[in-house]
Design a binder for this molecule. Structure first.
Ligand code: GLP
Length: 254
């Protein structure tokens, strides 16, 4: 089952996403799947604030990140590892033994993907946080990726490079390692956060159109526990659907 939450502003959406993670932790979640991207900056700021305010213990958390660029390491300011250190690990004091990321500098990238896949399969996330690309990608699973895919190496599409390049210090890597769609679907619960008008078409396709390989996020329709957290801009196309109850704070979709 899928639930779609719409909030009036990006800040409120971020707060709700953080709240849902904290609630999951309060109910026993210890393994968190994490995403990167501009959307996550506000989500992690809200999460750090709530964890601190509620004095939530993080010592027993284990985290897995979705993806990493090939050819750069944790110290590179464009790496997802660096992003996580800045926005979540350092503020919450999460140590390297708690936080698992793919190593984009591994000498054997296929072996690195297999190592990571085994690690995730041994204790899949209780909650996986996801963003969504404008082309509907999740992690770096681009359109056409099989839904049973495990962790693998990808060549980024021109669209994704164009989308991420403005945030990347220096020249953008052309390849990445990513959890597969099959890996992502192993999480017990999934929270997708999308804010801003640029995400409205991808959100509509993922939530309302027939699931298709062309929209990787539509694979989430196979999962029994998915929540979308949106601001009104990202939900705009959903609102244009006459079946949509705009006044509802949460809409359930079978
Ligand atoms: C990147 C990441 C995705 C993320 C997406 C959206 O490509 N690999 O995990 O969901 O971008 O990013 P943003 O939040 O910056 O729009």
């Amino acid at each position: 089952m899928m639930q779609v939450y719409v909030r009036d502003s990006q800040a409120e959406a971020n707060d709700l996403a953080a709240h849902l993670v904290v609630e999951a932790v309060r109910s026993g979640a210890r393994v968190l799947g994490l995403a990167t991207g501009q959307t996550m900056i506000g989500v992690y700021a809200a999460l750090v604030a709530q964890v601190r305010a509620d004095r939530i213990a993080t010592e027993r958390w284990t985290t897995f990140n979705l993806d990493e660029y090939v050819g750069i390491g944790p110290d590179h300011p464009g790496s997802f590892h660096h992003f996580m250190t800045t926005h979540l690990f350092r503020p919450l004091g999460l140590g390297p033994q708690q936080s698992h990321l793919l190593n984009g500098l591994a000498p054997d990238l296929e072996a690195e993907c297999n190592r990571f896949e085994r690690l995730v399969m041994a204790s899949p996330p209780d909650v996986q946080i996801l963003g969504i690309g404008q082309n509907g990608h999740i992690g770096f699973n681009e359109p056409g990726t099989p839904w049973d895919s495990g962790t693998h190496r990808v060549t980024l599409t021109a669209a994704t490079i164009a989308q991420n390049a403005p945030d990347f210090p220096g020249s953008m890597p052309r390849e990445a390692l990513t959890m597969g769609i099959g890996t992502i679907l192993m999480a017990r619960a999934i929270i997708v956060v999308a804010t801003g008008a640029a995400k409205a078409p991808a959100v509509y396709r993922a939530v309302r159109e027939e699931p298709s390989l062309e929209v990787p996020a539509s694979a989430l329709r196979l999962h029994p526990d998915v929540r979308y957290v949106l601001d009104t801009a990202a939900a705009e196309r959903l609102f244009s659907d006459p079946r949509w109850d705009r006044a509802a704070s949460v809409v359930e979709i079978d």
